[in-house]
Each structure stands twice: as C-alpha cells, then as structure tokens.
Design a binder for this molecule. Structure first.
Ligand code: SF4
Length: 419
C-alpha cells in the first residue's frame, strides 16, 4: 500500500484527504498538494484506515492538540487509562499518545487502539526501556516498532537526532537531558562510545514506517527542561539534524513532523518557530507546551497554554497538552480533561489571531448568544460546555432568565438592549 505522501505525489486524492479537506474548508486538491509537499501530514496507519477519523496537521490548517495518556510503574492499570482516553476524546483531543511504561504494554496499547477514533501515537523507545532496561540493541528496537506498526499505531516519536557530538553541549546545561528517550540514548552513547543507533539505522526505521504509513514525529531528545536551557546549542544542533532527517523521511515516502520544546521564555518562542523553518522548512512542528516559566507546578497546563498560543501563532501546527500534574505525577482523569481544554483554548486563540477558517465565526456566535442572553447557546458554543453550565448553575440567582449573579440589575448588556 502507498502512504498518504506517496499517493499525494502520484496525484491521488485519498479518502483521508477528502475528509480533511471537508473539515478544514479546503478543496481536496489543495490538501493533496499540501500533503505532497510535506507541509501537511495525515497520521493514519494503513491498518486503521477504516477506524480513524483523519486529521490533517500543518501550519495552514487548524491547530491540533494531543493528549498524552498511559500507565506508569505506580499506576499500571489499563482501566484507568481507558477512562482517560474517553475523557480526552470527550474534551476534544485531536490525537492521543500512549506513553505507557507499566503493565502489559502490548495489551494496553491494543485496548487504546480498539477504542480510539483519533490518531494514536507512541514513543517506541519506552517499550525498549521497560523490556530490556540498559540492554539496548537496535534489532530489539526495530522489532518493537514493527510490532507496534502492525498493531496499528499511527505515529511514532523517534529520537534519531540526538548524536554523540551533542553530548559536550549538554554539560553546559542547568538540567541536562529531560526527555526520557533522549536520556536513555545519551546514556547508551556515553556508556558504549557508539553513535545513536536510531540515527545509524534510520533507513530500517523508514522502511517499517513506510510499509504501514506510520508518520514519524522526530523527537527532540535534547529539548530544554528549564527556562535557562532554552534555545541553547544542544537544542539547536539537534534541530539541525532533525531537518536533515525530515528530508530523508519524505524521500522515502514517509510522512514526518518535527518535535519542539519544551521550556521556552515568551520572548524566545517566535525565534524557536523560525529556527524550525530555517532547518526544516514547512515540516509540521509539534511542540510540548512550550512552558513559559518553571515556577508554577500545579498550573503547568496554564504555562503550556500561554506558550502554546504563541507557538501556534508563530507557526506550530500541533500542541502537546500539559496537565496540572506535570512535573508532579501521572495525571488523573480530571487532570487530563483540564489539560485538553487548556490546550484547545491555546490552539483556538492562535487560530483566531491567524484568521483560520471558522475561528472568528465561532467567537462571533458566542458574542451573539451573550447579547441575546441565550444561555443554552452559550453552553453549546463553550469550549467546555460542562464547566460553563456548572459555573452558571451553581451561582446565586442561577434561575434568572437573563442577567447573571455578576452585575444583577447593573448588567451592561441588559442596559444596552433596553437603551
Ligand atoms: S450580569 Fe454582567 S456578567 Fe452577567 S450577563 Fe450581564 S453583563 Fe454579563
């Protein structure tokens, strides 16, 4: 089977491209052209073409958001992760990543894939770490990605850009390497003196991904883990390699995104987006947050939403959510919900500012519902209808048809309508 990228280059409009075009307000031909030049990816494994509701990820399209779920050693129960999956989908996540590191990883992944109508991503090196600890071998890694691709995973984070030559730059950092995959590979390279095997055997990885049309998300193993380390030499050196690898993906017919930071102060976000463009052109940029300060544990979904808004405004296509429990523990179901909503607000705020399809109309509809005192319509249009309704219903005077408990008789909108 051909990949979406190969089909697009051959001039073929797939069903997935048609579905994306309809959702985004583009013509199928326009989407085909964007997929063909690599500026849009449609992550859907050939085995899940009938299951996944396709999404397009790219700067010209609406900003998408991802929710990370998955077990840990302390919380290996699959049932809890399924609850998180359901709440993430219900809250509007466009994609989900299974980052499980506890319990039966294959079975957990299958349970998620079976219930998930949006693209599912994984970080295959986690399975290697769990199963083989420090006993790294590229053959075991390739077996794992082959197994996951056969299972139907739609996109993989592959940390192929962190190289031996980057290690010296890490020593200047306040926090070193904070990506689990990156830390594992750096530790391997330091221990053995060998190059990153994912880089050396990248063609083998490409072959597996091409067979199942698994989109590669080139992982930023050296993403900054604190504000001090943002936009440093280690991060930028890796990004440069990711740009080269992105070209190799496309040459092999494999769809590709690039992952980005991390912790970045507000004044460096635009520069980070420009650096991605400098090294990787219009390859979709998938950013974690970014977090704009290190000092708000418990509220990192807000730190990430601030950074995500600016990142999407300056060109990021895909935002990985953060939950209020980031840096503190495995998220609960409630944390997942809060994280998805915060990230969706960031995505929409950026889409609105960039004039993307339908964004302004959504806000205008809300404004009209407000001036009309149409509360039901306001709940329906709210990014989180459940919370909006709860807040209204639990306030004093909630039975009032029009004004709410904020201004009462002094409601400006009532006065405006009456004047
Ligand atoms: S009372 Fe105040 S807050 Fe409530 S609807 Fe009127 S203007 Fe808005």
């Amino acid at each position: 089977m051909t990949t979406q990228l190969e089909a697009a280059r051959d001039g073929v409009i797939t069903k997935a491209m048609e579905a994306v075009a309809q959702k985004e307000g583009f013509t199928p031909q326009e989407i085909r052209s964007l997929v063909a030049d690599g500026s849009v990816v449609i992550p859907v494994n050939t085995r899940r073409l009938q299951t996944v509701n396709p999404i397009g990820i790219g700067e010209r399209l609406l900003t998408k958001i991802n929710a990370n779920i998955g077990t840990s050693q302390s919380y290996p129960e699959v049932e809890y992760e399924i609850e998180k999956l359901e709440i993430a989908l219900c809250a509007g996540a466009d994609a989900v990543m299974d980052l499980s590191t506890g319990g039966d990883l294959h079975a957990i992944r299958q349970a998620i894939l079976d219930r998930c109508s949006v693209p599912v991503g994984t970080v295959p090196i986690y399975e290697l770490m769990v199963k083989h600890k420090a006993d790294f071998s590229i053959e075991k890694y390739l077996d794992i990605i082959r197994d996951q691709a056969q299972q139907g995973v739609d996109f993989f984070t592959i940390h192929a850009g962190v190289l031996r030559s980057h290690i010296a730059d890490i020593n200047n950092r306040l926090m070193g390497v904070v990506s689990r995959g990156g830390a594992y590979l750096v530790s391997f390279m330091k221990r053995t003196g060998q190059e990153n095997p994912l880089y050396e055997r990248f063609d083998d990885i490409l072959e597996i991904c091409r067979t199942y049309d698994v989109t590669i998300s080139l992982g930023d193993g050296l993403r900054p883990g604190c504000i001090n380390d943002a936009t440093d030499r280690a991060q930028i050196s890796e990004l440069e390699v990711l740009g080269v690898l992105a070209n190799r993906c496309r040459e092999a017919g494999v769809q590709v995104m690039i992952e980005g930071p991390g912790h970045v102060p507000l004044d460096q976000i635009q520069r980070n987006m420009e650096l991605k463009t400098q090294f990787a052109g219009s390859t979709p940029f998938y950013v974690l947050g970014p977090l704009v300060t290190d000092v708000a544990p418990g509220y990192d979904h807000i730190c990430g939403a601030i950074g995500g808004t600016l990142a999407a405004y300056w060109g990021a296509s895909f935002l990985c959510y953060l939950t209020p429990r980031e840096h503190l523990g495995l998220p609960t179901v409630t944390d997942v919900r809060e994280g998805v909503v915060a990230s969706r607000i960031a995505a929409h705020a950026a889409d609105l500012a960039r004039g993307k399809a339908g964004a302004r109309q959504w806000d205008n509809a809300m404004a009209k519902a407000r001036i009309d005192f149409d509360w039901e319509k306001q709940f329906e249009l709210a990014i989180d209808p459940q919370k909006a309704r709860e807040r209204k219903d639990t306030a004093r005077g909630s039975d009032s048809v029009n004004v709410c408990s904020m201004c009462g008789d002094y409601c400006s909108m009532k006065l405006t309508r009456e004047s």
